[in-house]
Write a protein that binds this ligand. Structure first.
Ligand SMILES: Nc1ncnc2c1ncn2[C@@H]1O[C@H](COP(=O)(O)OP(=O)(O)O)[C@@H](O)[C@H]1O
Ligand SMILES: [Mg+2]
Length: 320
């Protein structure tokens, strides 16, 4: 089985999870806020970053009202250090960088701003950092997803949501290939090499992998494993009893078969009207309704994430 290298933990102090998925309204922000709150309750130092610059609402699930400070000040160069726009939440150990108030102009970040922001995020120092993304497959969203080689993808069981999830995964995969080729200084060489391969030979992801395998063998590079070094946890949100309990596991199997990252299923999170009750009451759902079924499921997901980090730490080489 493919073994991730956990480059994140070695380069900085935070374990970074990026939360994405193709469709809007699947629960990315709600789940980011909930997982962050649970890990903070367990004594972990957690930072949530809202990178849905066009439609930020992470602060609402954290019952924060209208944040006074956020990414807007950093992107407008009112402050130099990203740490200066971190806000403490009502939950001990839980902080947030909000994107509330970012204009559409800011939402369409240009390249230099994006690179600067990504570098600054990677330098932040927490136990866990969760990044809440917007919907769609805009290349800024894809580049934000690739900030880390560990991510979470959220879908609902609805066909349209599943379809969008696959579209999102394929886009991430192609972007990662492009990024890996560029980072290894191989894009021009590969383009040359591709010219020698008949177009008809590259039709699917498995053709791309075969091509890279051949390229690796010929040129003694490690490009294939560099691309596959990506772990994604799936969450099936707004789950209803009518849906087959195995659906999440089946989806994960399909992903592992056709998309060459390392997918695992983090669990189902049931649909629950109390989530909107909590936001209406200006409360954090898992704090207000900790014993609800949906909260218990979220605790289960958080436990898996904690276990994963623990396992990953065990597998890191000891440094004297
Ligand atoms: N498990 C769930 N049960 C019921 N409502 C949910 C659930 N998860 C999310 N929601 C609701 O769905 C809406 C969209 O959630 P949100 O987290 O903003 O989605 P996204 O960030 O993916 O666009 C919100 O009104 C939220 O309260
Ligand atoms: Mg959202």
């Amino acid at each position: 089985m493919h073994r991730p290298t956990y480059e994140n933990q070695m380069n900085n102090h935070s374990r970074i999870y990026v939360v994405g998925g193709g469709k809007g309204g699947t629960g990315k922000s709600f789940i980011t806020a909930s997982l962050g709150t649970i890990l903070a309750q367990q004594g972990k130092r957690v930072l949530l970053v809202d990178l849905d610059l066009g439609a930020a609402n992470l602060h609402t699930f954290l019952a924060l009202g209208k944040p006074q400070v956020g990414l807007k000040q950093y992107l407008n160069k009112e402050v130099r250090d990203l740490n200066d726009v971190v806000m403490q939440t009502k939950q001990t150990n839980l902080s947030v960088i909000s994107s509330s108030g970012c204009s559409l102009e800011i939402a369409n970040l240009y390249y230099a701003q994006k690179v600067k922001l990504i570098k600054a995020i990677k330098k932040l120092s927490y136990d866990y950092l969760f990044i809440d993304l917007g919907s769609g497959t805009h290349y800024n969203t894809l580049d934000f997803y690739l900030i880390s080689n560990e991510g979470i993808i959220i879908t609902t069981p609805e066909p349209i949501s599943v379809e969008n999830m696959f579209r999102f995964m394929k886009s991430i995969y192609l972007r990662k290939i492009k990024q890996a080729l560029r980072d290894n200084g191989l894009n021009i060489i590969c383009q040359e090499y591709l010219k020698t391969v008949k177009d008809s030979q590259i039709r699917s992801f498995s053709d791309i992998i075969n091509f890279l395998r051949q390229y690796d063998a010929k040129n003694d590079t490690n490009i294939e494993s560099c691309i596959k070094d990506h772990k994604i946890g799936l969450i099936l949100n707004q789950f209803r009893w009518q849906v087959d309990m195995n659906f999440g596991h089946e989806l994960t199997k399909i992903c592992n078969k056709h998309l060459y990252f390392d997918y695992h299923f983090l669990g189902c999170v049931s649909s629950d009207n109390k989530i909107s009750d909590a936001t209406m009451k200006d409360r954090i759902f898992v704090n207000e309704y900790g014993y609800a079924k949906t909260a218990t499921e979220l605790y289960g997901v958080a436990r898996k994430i904690l276990d994963e980090s623990y396992q990953a730490e065990l597998s890191l080489p000891l440094v004297s």
